[in-house]
Ligand binder design. Sequence first.
Ligand SMILES: NC(=O)C1=CN([C@@H]2O[C@H](COP(=O)(O)OP(=O)(O)OC[C@H]3O[C@@H](n4cnc5c(N)ncnc54)[C@H](OP(=O)(O)O)[C@@H]3O)[C@@H](O)[C@H]2O)C=CC1
Ligand SMILES: [Cu+2]
Length: 492
Amino acid sequence: MNQNHVFIMVENMTTPLLSDSEAPADALPVCLTSPTVAILGSGDFSRSLALRLVASGVRVVVGSRCVNRIPSGLFPDAVELRNQEGAVSQAVCLVFMAVFPEHYCSLLGLQSALAGKVLVDVSNGAEMNIHGPSNAERLAELFPDSLVVKGFNTVSTWELQTGAHDGSRQVMICSNSTEGKKKVVQLARQMGFHPVDMGGLSAAREIEVAPLHLFPSWSGPVVVTFLLFLFFYGYGFLRGILLPFLAQGGHNAFYRLALDLVNESLPAVALVTLALVYFPGLFAAWLQLWRGTKYQRFPSWLDNWLQRRKQLGLLSFLCAALHGVYSLCLPLRRITLHRLVNTAYRQVKAGTEEPWDELGVWRSDLYLSCGVLGLGVLSLLAITSLPTVGNTLNWREFTFVQSGLGYIALTLSITHTLFFGWDFAFHIEAYPFYMPPSYLLAVVVPCIVLVCRCFLLLPCIFTRLTRIRRGCESKRNCPVLQHHHVVANGIP
Ligand SMILES: NC(=O)C1=CN([C@@H]2O[C@H](COP(=O)(O)OP(=O)(O)OC[C@H]3O[C@@H](n4cnc5c(N)ncnc54)[C@H](OP(=O)(O)O)[C@@H]3O)[C@@H](O)[C@H]2O)C=CC1
Ligand SMILES: [Cu+2]
């Protein structure tokens, strides 16, 4: 085919980008009837890509070094299997390189067949910090007459096969050839992806290492949760085990390390983390009130924090769920049996009965009930944070669930903790070594969040905030309004 002719796919049709008269007579019919895309390589990525392309209505031909080695049924029937030259010659304009970059050199024999065609480099980087040209730039050097486009490497084979996204799944694309990029962008859209133009081929390195990042949005929240756990665990260890051990000459409570202390730290972490989900929203609201406008950017730390709320919420849910399971295990512990039998034995010996403790019964029931309800509401929040569920909610429903139910979960969790603590916090024995119990420390931040939230609901503040969020700006921040104000009053 003539090297200068580039074809764009429009709903299974290709239209020449250059004038029709320039297209070679034999190329046009092929392009119009069968916008065939070739894939070089018959490995995992090739198979998944072929499945997706066929499902999107694209004709696919796979080029392999040895067609006979491909087991029958590996590719859908609609996919044609050819040798590499055969596949490339069938391809109208797009050829996917589903081959590891180490083997690009072995394809040099196809140079002239690939000339003028768009080569899509789908390879991932091997390491994070590699210097020198990216895989795509190397491919462009090897095939100077082809239009190299980087893309699709951030999509997993699983996603390609299942289509497990809602069309908002982004694929990053870059190339020095506008025409090549245009075609890949259209194909990506046809496959149900949301292509994002990253610019020239120099961006390829960034795209290649993108899949190597390990949970980039999770690292901050995970570190925060882990540090909180370390803090509460360490604090509990010091207050309940180590200091009493040193002070009381060998009073051994180290057995509490494995379960008791973990189950004491988990709810504290869950509570503080949940409060951290709602803290940045309050900061943002107060900042908007103070600035009198919503059109000024938040500081980047606040922006980052706001973007990590979902992760913090899910981690809070994890800790709360673990706390629930740990608590259910409490009756199974050997020490529970030991205490129960021993108390019973002592009471039998003394001829006494366990007294009915009305207040204690209420306390434990209220405490358990709030805990179970809190965990239930948190589970709802976790479920609606899944994109497949969240996308079925409209904006109001989503706000109701994430904000309304979120605050209900926070309130229930605080109540659960307070019922657990009961009046114990007012007794001097609760402060050994002047250290308050950890549940008291844990409710500080959540209580501050609740109080700040209540202030925001005061009618005067609430109306002002709503006005700001609808785009109104206070005079202080708007030069135009300031000017009008001055003129109207006649005061310079
Ligand atoms: N698997 C994945 O999840 C993803 C993979 N990718 C990228 O896709 C590319 C292919 O990956 P993947 O499909 O997993 O790898 P595989 O090892 O499964 O497949 C590679 C294919 O390359 C072909 N090939 C062509 N020339 C050579 C050669 N000289 N030596 C060896 N093989 C050759 C082979 O097909 P044949 O024998 O038929 O010629 C082979 O099946 C890589 O660049 C990878 O980074 C990107 C995103 C995700
Ligand atoms: Cu609890």
